[in-house]
Ligand binder design. Sequence first.
Ligand code: HEM
Length: 427
Amino acid sequence: MATAATSVLPELDAEAFARWRAGGGRMVDLLRAVGELGPVAGFRLGDRRVVLATGAEAVQQVLAKRTEVYVKRGHRVKPLLGGGLLCAAGEPWRRQRKLLQPQFTGRGIKAYEPQIRAAVAATAARWRAAAATGEAREIDADLRYFSLDVIWRSLTAHPLDPETHRRLVAAGEGFAAIPAFAPATGGAETDFREANEHVDRVAEHAIALAGQAEEPGLVQVLLRAAAELPDYTERLVRDELMTLVVAGYETTATALSWLFLLLDAHPEQRDLALAAGPAGSAERTAAIRALVDETLRLYPVAWLMPRYAAEDDVLEGCPVEAGTTVLVSPYLTHRDGRLWPDPEEFRPQRFLDAGRRPATGAYFPFGLGPRACLGAQFSIRETVLLLEELLPAYRVRVTEAPAGAGYGLTVHPDGPIRAVLHAEGDK
Ligand code: HEM
């Protein structure tokens, strides 16, 4: 039962809305303006009622505490990923999550660590060769290749091959164009026919490779489920497999791209992390982890999460009517001066200060509650292992940086990142 509302929902007025439209009409600017009205505030888009929840308590309520009220409805990538975990709901979602969860906890991930380390070694070898030429290269492409290689090896126990890479890049191109939240109802739907063709071929290939592999991979977990459980159809194996690729690849690669851009602007932070302890020490790992945490504070890649209010409710005293779209944005919450001192500054140390961990609901790059990211620990592990290898070995000087950020399904650098790699020798 919802408690009684104690205040009126602040709403963006027509004048502010017109100013936003005149200023270019980017969704992120609209949400910023709404967020300034308070921790819970509303606006209207056509006949659609929207509430933005940025306060820590409201975020917790939407994502973790009242999930029966705030439901995930459909997903714009459903035509591509079908009944996979990201788009599933209700009982099928619960069963699918239960099946995969053990693979993504600390112990489960250990089984994939050799695959992650092999992908790290392959990337390190490419960078060694590139550093020797002294030429600038597109490091964002390297980072995408790395994260795709990691997930592919974990699925199939085989390194990424050029044909699969080509198909997945082609399938992924459409994603960048999908908005995180469509400003209008209706409108042109993304045409996923070509992407689906690539995805089908890649899934077939993954299943064939997994059959030949000597070591177990995630695909075998899915195939075993298909053999034992009637609900686990061939189609679901394909959807789940591709969900893991799609949810895990661009997200991790984008976080790494932001991290190298931030370190280019703050080179002292790389030096501080390396000085925290010798290679392999817990101190150095913690300092590198803090670089990742702070990057994900400023650029939580999945920056906007829509939910649908199935019932009336009250959020931080404000009424929310059934039928409202409720948006939660780690991007806005993580930059809220009411929750974070000097929110725009890149200060990884804030994650190292004992006793100053952020409040639940103030920091959630991987979401919160039952629908939180399945691959959070996996992603952190691959990122830290890669950085432990690359950061001591190279100074990365960015020679061409994108002008800003793009805000689609992900918040991403809106262009390629070219950089020269200067080898440092062992440290
Ligand atoms: C920096 C990297 C990543 C970020 C920022 C990220 C972020 C997120 C967020 C915020 C959600 C929740 C969305 C919502 O509640 O609406 C999510 C869900 C999910 N993520 Fe990630 N993710 C990352 C990496 C990964 C990786 C590496 C994998 C898999 C290998 C993965 C698999 C998933 C899946 C399957 C879901 C759906 C979970 C469910 O609904 O039960 N993610 N992710």
